[in-house]
Design a protein around this ligand. Structure first.
Ligand code: PEP
Length: 249
């Protein structure tokens, strides 16, 4: 059985005091047996949040990492730094990073390998643009992105990757994919992992849907056979909404 995982992607929102106040409000509430609950926060919040979640089942993730451990990369943060803080997850290849920070499939793959090097669990984002969907290329895009990101991973590592299927046209737009469409693509992505590593690994990999998930639609996604949770932006920012998402899973 795959454990559902709800991950909040706070993007570039919340100061340290806002972030710790959020954790104090959701403690004991956004903690539901059988559901993993992860907050992916800006780098500046991470030390305080790792401290704030001690004694809870909440987990903390970063939203990016550099693939090198150290070096002349002004403004970057590495896996070795995140690991020492006690961060457990890291989002890799979010469409905003691919679009605004020129992250190629090759860079995404290096980041996935760097995450494993430092015992961080990657939340790997894949998904198509609106024009790709309209051109019938959704599955091709997901295949290319998934296969590139998994290059060089052992089967044991592959089984631990959390994939977030996020159609780009659905992110922050309020236009979510139907649960049936999301299931169709996510089932296909699981098949890609099966093609690379076999059925056991594919059945172990958790695949989230992301794109305008809200408390009122999360249950539809989680009701689908291959959807194991959600990566949530906007609706993860308010404590009540985040609690409802975790409860809805
Ligand atoms: C995201 O940032 O990954 C995301 C899915 O955002 P939203 O839930 O706001 O669409």
């Amino acid at each position: 059985m795959r454990k559902p995982i709800i991950a909040g992607n706070w993007k570039m929102f919340k100061t340290v005091s806002e972030a710790t106040a959020f954790i104090n409000e959701v403690k004991g509430k956004a903690e539901v047996d059988g559901v993993e609950s992860v907050i992916c926060a800006p780098f500046t919040n991470l030390p305080a949040l790792v401290e704030a979640v001690k004694g809870t089942t909440l987990k903390i993730g970063a939203q990016n990492l550099h693939f090198e451990d150290n070096g002349a990369f002004t403004g970057e943060i590495s896996g070795v730094m995140l690991k020492e803080l006690g961060v457990e997850y890291v989002i890799i290849g979010h469409s905003e990073r691919r679009a605004y920070f020129a992250e190629s499939d090759e860079i995404v793959n290096k980041k996935v390998l760097a995450a494993f090097k430092h015992d961080l669990t990657p939340i790997l984002c894949v998904g198509e643009k609106l024009e790709e969907r309209e051109a019938g290329q959704t599955k091709d895009v997901c295949k290319v992105q998934t296969e590139a990101a998994f290059a060089g991973l052992s089967a044991e590592q592959a089984a631990q990757v959390v994939i977030a299927y996020e159609p780009i046209w659905a992110i922050g737009t309020g236009k979510s994919s139907t649960a049936a469409d999301a299931q169709d693509v996510i089932g296909y992505i699981r098949g890609i992992v099966a093609g690379l590593y076999g059925a056991d690994t594919a059945n172990a990999v958790r695949i989230q849907y992301g794109g305008s998930v809200k408390p009122n639609n999360i249950a539809e996604y989680l009701g689908e056979a291959d959807i194991d949770g959600a990566l949530v932006g906007g609706a993860s920012l308010e404590p009540a909404s985040y609690i409802a998402l975790v409860e809805g899973a």
